[in-house]
Design a protein around this ligand. Structure first.
Ligand code: HEC
Ligand code: HEC
Length: 306
């Protein structure tokens, strides 16, 4: 029996079998890997919706969007329950920030005693940590709808209020014709155990209510035709969530005493606080607005407190 030539790699029948199997298996594995490679366009971020139509649309969406409403369309009013769920529950479900709690007749009895019209007015104009209209704009919730929500809450805490009268259709259309910044606070639950946690909760709700399109007024950026308009718009969209009512100790809009000590600092310092945050004040109020617009909002707030 002749020996295999010296130095040949295959010396035993076992090695020969292994070599034959490897000779088949290795090209097959390579072919499989190549097939995966060629086919891998559909595999980007497998298991995610990275390339789903919605995701792509969201990524390439324009920054500013105009929300056009048909002024002539018949207005469909929300029910009191819907308004409560969308807006008021942010504070009233848990009693955040000292709000009278939904369904708690002890919290509500003294308020119900004031009568519906007074409560309705208070809900529209605000009181203490309760922002006017629960922080919404009249374009989104009419006086009538806010009234429905008041009746809904009060009636679940022992009152027997009638719903407010439905406005005439023409008036409602005019009132709701303008397109506005949506500011519906999402519902949220909280324990409300201590006042600070409850305030933080209310602020979180307020921040969550800041529309994602809060960069909208920023879209004009430096070339905003009228800086004071941009400042006012940003204030209404973002800053008022805390500054209208003084949530978390924010200096209140239009309150000279709150603002005077802060305005002793040079304006650059005040701008810096607004841009980069201070204490409970989040940088840019938690928005993605441009620096110019944030400064314009500061100017707007400061001029209201002079
Ligand atoms: C950011 C938190 C917050 C939101 C959102 C909110 N409220 Fe309030 N609300 C309060 C607080 C706090 C009080 C207690 C004010 C006080 O007694 O000083 C209050 C009190 C009230 C009162 C009683 C007023 C009185 O005279 O004692 C009514 C009525 C009311 N809210 C209605 C509403 C309605 C309707 C909505 C939704 C459209 C709403 N609230 C959304 C915080 C909120
Ligand atoms: C989440 C609540 C919240 C929002 C939203 C918010 N602020 Fe404030 N802001 C505060 C609080 C709280 C303070 C007080 C901070 C302190 O003194 O520790 C404050 C303070 C300020 C001050 C005074 C700083 C100083 O002491 O000189 C300015 C200016 C200001 N905010 C501007 C803005 C602007 C502009 C926006 C909107 C783009 C905004 N804030 C949105 C909570 C908020």
């Amino acid at each position: 029996m002749s020996e295999a030539p010296h130095g040949a790699p295959i010396k035993t029948p076992g090695q020969l079998i292994a070599a034959v199997i490897a000779g088949f298996a290795v090209p097959i594995v390579i072919i499989i890997l190549l097939v995966y490679y060629v086919d891998n366009t559909t595999r980007t971020g497998a298991g995610t919706d990275e390339l789903s139509t919605q995701q792509v649309a969201a990524r390439i969406a324009p920054v500013a969007q105009v929300n056009v409403r048909d002024a002539n369309a018949p207005h469909v009013y929300k029910t009191g329950e819907q308004v409560f769920q969308a807006v008021c529950s942010a504070c009233h479900a848990s009693g955040a920030a000292g709000a009278p709690k939904f369904g708690n007749s002890g919290d509500w009895a003294p308020r119900i005693a004031q009568g519906f019209d007074t409560l309705w007015k208070t809900a529209l104009s605000g009181k203490g940590a309760m922002p006017p209209r629960g922080g919404t704009s009249p374009d989104d919730y009419s006086d009538y709808e806010i009234g429905l929500a008041v009746a809904y809450m009060a009636n679940h805490a022992g009152a027997n209020f009638q719903d407010p009268p439905k406005p005439a259709p023409g008036a409602a259309n005019a009132a709701n014709a303008a397109s506005g910044a949506a500011a519906a606070a999402p519902a949220s639950g909280a324990s409300g155990a201590d006042a600070n946690a409850a305030q933080a909760q209310a602020a979180a709700a307020a921040i969550a209510a800041i529309p994602q399109a809060s960069s909208a007024p920023a879209a004009g950026g430096a070339q905003s035709a009228d800086a004071s308009q941009a400042g006012k718009a940003l204030y209404q969209q973002v800053c008022q969530a805390c500054h209208a009512a003084g949530v978390l100790g924010a200096p209140k809009f239009g309150n000279k005493a709150d603002w005077a000590p802060r305005l002793k600092d040079p304006m650059d310092t005040v701008y810096n606080y607004a841009l980069h945050g201070k204490g409970q004040m989040p940088p840019k109020g938690g928005s993605t607005a441009s620096d110019a617009d944030v400064k314009a909002a500061v100017d707007y707030m400061v001029s209201a407190a002079k």
